[in-house]
Structure formats: C-alpha cells, structure tokens
Design a protein around this ligand. Sequence first.
Ligand code: PMP
Length: 427
Amino acid sequence: MNNHELFQRARQLMPGGVNSPVRAFKSVGGEPFFTARADGAYLWDVEGTRYIDYVGSWGPMIVGHNHPHVREAVERAVRDGLSYGTPCPAEVTMAETIVRLVPSVEMVRMVNSGTEATMSAIRLARGVTGRGKIVKFEGCYHGHGDSFLVKAGSGALTFGVPTSPGVPKAAADLTLTLPYNDLDAARILFAEHGADIAALIIEPVAGNMNCIPPAEGYLQGLRELCTKHGALLIFDEVMTGFRVALGGAQAHYGVTPDLTTFGKIIGGGMPVGAYGGRRELMEQVAPAGPVYQAGTLSGNPVAMAAGLAMLELVQAPGFHEALAARTRLLCDGLQAVADGEGIPFSTNRVGGMFGLFFAAGTVTSYVQATAADTALFNRFFHGMLKRGVYLAPSAFEAGFVSSAHSERDIADTLQAAREAMREAKGR
Ligand code: PMP
C-alpha cells in the first residue's frame, strides 16, 4: 500500500482524509505521507522512506520516538489492564510530579487532551470569578473549544477561517481578542472591560502562528493587569510545558499564572492533558467544589505510565540546556544557509521550540508572522520533504527538536536546506 492509495481511501472515509486538519497538507499543497513506524528522530512512511522529524507528533516526542524507557513503562502498565474507572496509584504520582515541577501548580486535574484542559480552565475561571468574558490573543490556539475559535492560530489560521461556522455568536461575543506582544492594547481593553473579564489565556511562547516569544516584560505586564482587575491569568503551556524549561514558560520567564493548562509531553504520546493552579481555585472543581468537569478515561493508567516515564527523562540534569543548544545549532545553521543564498529569512527559538520565517528581521507579532512569504515556505517545505526532512506542514506552526536529534541529523538537515532553498528561490 503506498501513500497515495491510502490517501485516496482515507478521503472517502474521513473529512479531508485525516483526523486533525493540519495533517492533510492543505496549506503546503500535495498529499501527506502515512507513517508506518517511528524511532528516535525519524519517521518511516509506508513506502519505507525515512524522514528526520521536526514535528515530533506536534510536541510530545521530546525524547524522540519510541524511547525504550517510555515504551517499557507502557508495556508494564498494559499487563495490568487498560482502564479501571477507579483511582489508580499512577495518578497520584503524576499529580505529585506536576506539583513539584511547575511553580504555580498546587493541585491538578488530569484530562484527555489540550482542548479539554483549556475548556475546563476557562469554565473554572468563570465559575470562581462569576464573570463571563475571556481574553485571548490573535493567532494563539487553545484547542477547538467554541470560546477559542475566535482569531485562532494553527489550522484555523492556516485555513483562513479564524471563526468557525458552528460557533454560536453568543459564545464568540464573550471572547475578546488582543494583538500578541502589545501591552498598551491590553491596558486599553482592561480599562474598558476589566470588571467583566474572568480570565486572560495566553500561550506564553506563541507556537500556533509560527513561533513568537513574548517581548521582554510582556508576561509580567499581563500578570499585573490581571491582578489589578481581578481576572485570572491562564498560561496555556500545552506546547511550552516541560519543554522551554523543566518548569515550563512560567519558570523560564519567572511569571506566576493563576491556572496552567498542559498537554503533549505530559502524556508521553498518549492522549493526555491537565489543568492546575492555586489550591483555593482548584478546590472549586467537582467533587471538591461546584464547577463540574469529569472524564471516563481521565487519569488512565497506561497514559499515566507513558507520561510519567517521559517526565522522568526530561528531569535528567542538563536535558533542557542540551535541547536548547541543539535547537540553536539548527536555527543558526538555517540562518547561515539562507544568508548564503541571499534569501530574507529569520528564526525564533526558545529552548527546544523554534520558528522559521521567510521574512527579513526578527518577527515579534502576528502581523509580521502572517506577512512572511508563505509561498516560498511551501516550496521549501516540499524541497525538504523530498530530501527526507519533515518540517511542520504549515508556515504557521512551531517546530520541535528532540533529544534524539544528533549533530549528524542537524548537519544533514542543513545540507538539505541548502539545496531546498536554492531550488525554492529559483522559481
Ligand atoms: N493549546 C495549545 C497551545 C496547543 O498548541 C494545542 C494543540 N496544538 C492545544 C491547546 C490543543 O491541544 P489538543 O490538540 O491536544 O486538543
């Protein structure tokens, strides 16, 4: 069975042939490949082609694919059954681990995806504040909950449908949006609506409009605004958690949110999310408190085993420093290649997370990110794919380096980039 045949079958059976939009390659054109297996820094498709993978299942695979420590933990857990529907010991260890690693989290609730985590966090924020409005940022993505599909990033940005049909106007009206990295705009919004705002939710390093780090002092400024107006500050650390630093972006930037949402790495590749925060807030969640939220498979023993094994690995001394150094090697190398080819290009990176822009100068805003040359990116993407390097199939996604990417992998990537850039600009 080859990639094309599988995609033809898939398209008859699933919307767009996929179970999550960006996978379909709609933004970059062409057809996706179907992965048969993955190991370390590599994916192999059903035709046996190997790719150096900078997507890492969109974030979870921070130690590379199929790491033996994670795999063996899952194998052990599976022998004891797949799901109990009662509490299990691994949930307690997981909660202890998160509380120990993430500065602002005193209590936590496990869920099954990043989307569930963010939806639950804003319900809690609304429940405890008694207010209805939430604030999000243009180009930030927090999953597909109704409240978040307003000027959203990721697939919603790629496809140019910032507000999806099916989101009731009444729900969208409660979501106020702001430009990322513009503190004055936030001050003006809070001056007008502050008393109605339950929470402000932000990706502390934006990763769904390509990768845009927060400006110096920006997160601190938002913290002060939220405190002043009695709104909760929610850091969506689904991407940044355990990646940009062991304690996430809040540890990296030294800013304390009220609530935090997690996903990806915390599940080690299994479908897991979580939200947590200050004790008196989390004690409002059912059954301790009145804010209802539940999940049949939440805290699943196999998923907890995978996540815990992954979190053990990222606690190795020097893990994040090494990841950041490797990411820097990649970004500096790509910059040198682009400079050599005379192509306007820049990169952003925080820890093991990076963004590539076909644009001159540092990109710090959504407006700049969306003004970059996406046609050139799309040609570059396909040039890289042809040479066995898999970048995120959209100009508006962050890339991820794992600890399994070797210097040799980076060197091979840069060699491919030299050829792909030459080819891409030639057209
Ligand atoms: N928040 C952020 C910052 C994300 O990047 C994502 C997914 N990429 C989500 C939330 C939603 O997570 P999930 O896809 O697991 O629902």
